[in-house]
Ligand binder design. Structure first.
Ligand code: PMP
Length: 457
């Protein structure tokens, strides 16, 4: 039975990323406020936010300082744009700070409002710059199966998940998908992680050869796949992939939308995962998601190509009304200052051993086939048979059940296929982290009991 607010919600709000058939019967969890790593629903029940919202609310809720800086900027100059020879201090200062932090030698920052826009911008820059450089055939972009890069037309095409393509008439032309670096699922029997990484690099090499290297422009990858199920590639995967890309003059775009700003214990996941990107997409923790802001960090040679092209054809025809929105830029700049002032990276590095110990311990749970993660992000994958790694019938909705039990226990986590993802705010304390895993364990026990009673194995 839905409450009045739930009924109004499902009657009026078209929910993103939801099952639109079942949601009207189940109703939404309607949140009212947040404090630290907890959010409260309209009945006042607290939930530990085990997903930092959507992998993004790094500093938790209730940061008055961010409220103040937004209010101050709104009083001073609530809107100004960066088009046609205009600029403003918050965007300039933020771009300078990002250049300083960038995991690759950076020339400039192009601001957007979402991760999807950042990755769409990456696609358009690849096309535009390769035209400008006189190699119009070099346009294809390779992403990976289970990679997640957003939902706009180009970024959804890069995303390697069926639900983002089926019936949306995607992917667009020129996008290819390479193998997913998930050893547990796609490694051959008796293939070590190292051998698996070597094979994937060889497959990518063959794929680029088959396409024609003169037609392949870029490879886009999240250092650790997030929305595809928190997939951590083997340690030598990126160096091996990078060698293939260099051989064929294919650039590497790092999608750091989740991994940027501390998630893996370093400013960027690229350095943590031994990637050397040519360009980087950022969003989410850039502002701790207090306001929407995203960006693309570009190197000198792209910047130079863009300027040269403007010499020839005039205006660079790309930009959003809210590119570098002053309120968002001011909040993002303050967020980065807080990360530094409070040594959030140091805090994360202090927590990682506990997080990984408690996560990996869940691998021993009867319902869990693999407990995987790196830094402060992880997932547990439910299996029907641990020995054979056989999954449950997807219709049984086992991960969704784990998430529902967790919610009853006062913990928010996220189901992705048969996996349950965990990505807490970076500022979570050691005691809160223990509470998170205690509640998740209870949810797993309850789901295991339920799966047994339903004869799902
Ligand atoms: N890239 C990655 C790695 C993401 O995780 C996401 C969102 N979860 C996006 C891009 C898309 O970002 P947005 O939802 O802000 O468009």
């Amino acid at each position: 039975m839905l409450t009045n607010l739930q009924a109004r919600d499902v009657a009026t709000v078209l929910h993103p990323y939801s099952n639109l058939a079942t949601l009207p019967r189940q109703g939404s969890l309607i949140l009212e406020r947040g404090e630290g790593v907890f959010v409260y629903d309209v009945d006042g029940k607290p939930y530990l936010e085990g997903m930092a919202g959507l992998w993004c609310n790094a500093l938790g809720h209730g940061r008055e300082e961010l409220v103040e800086v937004a209010a101050e900027q709104m009083r001073k100059l609530p809107f100004a744009h960066l088009f046609t020879g205009k600029s403003h201090d918050p965007a300039i200062a933020l771009a300078e700070k990002l250049k300083e932090l960038s995991p690759m030698p950076a020339a400039k920052v192009f601001f957007c409002n979402s991760g999807s826009e950042a990755n769409d911008t990456q696609v358009k820059l690849v096309w535009y710059v390769n035209n400008a450089l006189g190699r119009p055939a070099k346009k294809k972009i390779i992403s990976r199966i289970k990679g997640y890069h957003g939902v706009t037309v180009a970024s959804a095409s890069l995303t390697g998940l069926p639900n983002n393509h089926i019936d949306f008439d995607l992917p667009i032309a020129g996008v290819r998908h390479a193998a997913c670096p998930h050893h547990y699922r796609f490694g051959r029997p008796d293939e070590s992680e190292e051998e698996f990484a070597t094979r994937l690099a060889a497959e990518l090499d063959a794929q680029i050869e088959a396409e024609g290297p003169e037609t392949v422009a870029a490879f886009i990858a999240e250092p650790v796949m997030g929305a595809g199920g928190v997939i951590v590639p083997p340690e030598t995967y990126y160096p091996k992939i990078q060698a293939v890309l260099e051989k064929h003059d294919v650039i590497l775009i790092a999608d750091e939308v989740i991994t940027g700003f501390g998630r893996l214990g370093e400013w960027f996941g690229s350095t943590a995962m031994k990637m050397k990107p040519d360009t980087v997409s950022i969003a989410k923790a850039l502002s701790s998601s207090y306001v929407p802001i995203a960006g693309v960090i570009i190197p000198d040679w792209i910047d130079d190509a863009l300027s040269c092209q403007s010499e020839k054809i005039g205006v660079f025809g790309h930009g959003f009304t809210y590119s570098g929105h002053p309120v968002a830029a001011a909040v993002a700049l303050r967020t980065l200052e807080i990360y530094e002032r409070e040594n959030v990276l140091g805090h994360v590095n202090g927590l990682i051993p506990q997080f990984q110990r408690r996560l990996k311990a869940l691998g021993g749970h009867p319902l869990v086939g693999e407990a995987r993660g790196v830094g402060l992000v992880g997932a547990v994958e439910a299996v029907a048979d641990k020995a054979t790694r056989r999954g449950f019938d997807p219709k049984a909705g086992v991960a969704a059940k784990i998430v529902a039990f967790a919610q009853e226990e006062g913990l928010i986590v996220r189901a992705i296929g048969d996996a349950v993802a965990i990505c807490p705010p970076l500022v979570i304390t050691a005691a809160e982290l223990d509470l998170l895993f205690d509640r998740l364990e209870t949810a797993l026990d309850r789901a295991d009991h339920w799966a047994g009673a339903q004869n799902l194995r």
